[in-house]
Design a protein around this ligand. Structure first.
Ligand SMILES: [Mg+2]
Length: 405
């Protein structure tokens, strides 16, 4: 029996931060949800879906997921990029949601079934100094976390990446113009190895520690840092060089055995193929929401498996609970799972996106509801929670040169 797509609706709402959610409906009334949230560029994806994608879906077989993925990817001629791939991802998630609901199974069962009993999550911890950071880690430990991304203020740099006053981290800032952040690599490189050594000493040998450089170093600087951090035994050093320059990591590899992760801004397999084939990374950080959905990310993760690269799927608070659910079903069903980024959300978000997945004692569970296991509350409307215009910050060197944020 062919179950045809009958309609699609794009919900843009801002319950504390902007989310873009696609809801597809079949002729017999089955609904599927997809996350299309692109932090700071939300309306571009909403328009791509409303104006270009949804009209082209009406009447298509809702179960032909691979075929529809190719129809949207190859069929548009213009391909790739975060706007296009977030839109395709939303359609893909919604179709997997529908198919799993039709089968009466949680999505992970359709993806091959559970490869593990639980999904290790890591927390964002942050502090302007060691004492502040340790308080942040202690709070995460009280919530049960065993793994911590540690970001700490650097004296001499006024707004270090990842050091946030608010717990609800990194929404696009609500300004008419992008905020101006600052960066100096030498100041950072002089101080961060000692800071991370001190954090390791205070946390003990058992703690799982990660650190994110947000693409800011030149290859030789990154190589020096990765070498200097070996004794800290990070779980991973993330985004240590600009993501566009895949060869950069070969220099880092030549000088260090610190594990490397990259990929949260990648949106196709072509951006990580050479990194995997060259064994230049240990963890791939793409997200379901920005990486073309379950269908495409599954291919990325299969390629990763061939090269002993593990998953570390992107999951900050700008991935909606719909995208998080899709990540968890994938995490559960792949053999090369590594770790999952996870930020607990304000209760309002959980209330507006009721979900079957759960977090307990540092681990995540996708839940046993059929489909993705997420619904949209009727209260989540554009009228009640209107879109808020905002930008991610722009990062500058001390002399005013625009740099990677
Ligand atoms: Mg990151």
């Amino acid at each position: 029996m062919v179950e045809k797509i009958a309609s699609g609706e794009v919900v843009v709402a801002s319950p504390g931060r902007n989310f873009v959610t696609l809801r597809l409906r079949t002729e017999s009334g089955i609904t599927g949800l997809g996350d299309a949230t692109l932090n700071g560029r939300e309306l571009a994806v909403a328009s791509y879906l409303r104006d270009h994608v949804v009209p082209a879906l009406n009447g298509r077989d809702a179960q032909a997921i691979e075929d529809t993925w190719m129809y949207l990817y190859k069929g548009a001629y213009w391909r790739g990029g975060p706007v296009t791939m977030a839109a395709i991802a939303a359609v893909d998630m919604a179709l997997w949601d529908i198919k799993a609901k039709m089968a009466g199974l949680p999505l992970y069962q359709l993806l091959g079934g559970a490869c593990r009993e639980r999904v290790l999550a890591y927390a964002h911890t942050t502090g302007s100094d060691i004492n502040g950071l340790m308080r942040s880690i202690e709070k995460a430990q009280e919530d049960g976390y065993e793994a911590f991304r540690v970001q700490i203020g650097i004296p001499g740099i006024m707004d270090t990446y990842g050091v946030s006053a608010s717990e609800y981290y990194e929404p696009a800032l609500r300004d008419s113009q992008p905020a101006r952040f600052h960066w100096d690599a030498e100041t950072y490189l002089r101080q961060i190895p000692k800071l991370l050594r001190d954090i390791r000493a205070q946390c003990g040998e058992e703690a799982i520690l990660l650190h994110d450089v947000h693409h800011r170093l030149a290859p030789v600087q990154a190589a020096r840092l990765a070498r200097d951090l070996e004794e800290v035994r990070l779980f991973w050093l993330e985004d240590v060089t600009p993501s566009d320059d895949q060869d950069a990591l070969s220099l880092v590899r030549q000088h260090s055995t610190t594990p490397l992760a990259i990929g949260e801004v990648f949106n196709t397999i072509w951006q990580c193929k050479a990194l995997m084939e060259g064994h230049l990374i240990d963890y791939i950080r793409m997200s379901v929401t920005h990486g073309g959905g379950v269908t495409h990310l599954r291919k990325v993760l299969w390629l990763a498996e061939l090269h002993q690269v593990k998953s570390g799927l992107h999951g900050p608070s700008d991935v909606s609970p719909v995208g998080m659910a899709a990540s968890l079903h994938l995490d559960f069903a792949i053999s090369n799972f590594g770790i999952q980024e996870y930020q607990q959300r304000p209760a309002l978000i959980d209330d507006l996106f009721p979900h079957a997945y759960s977090f307990r004692d540092g681990y995540l569970y996708p839940g046993e509801e059929s489909g993705l296991g997420v619904t949209l509350s009727d209260a989540l409307t554009a009228e009640k929670y209107p879109y808020v215009h905002g930008y991610l910050p722009v990062n500058y060197l001390m002399d005013g040169t625009v740099h990677e944020w």
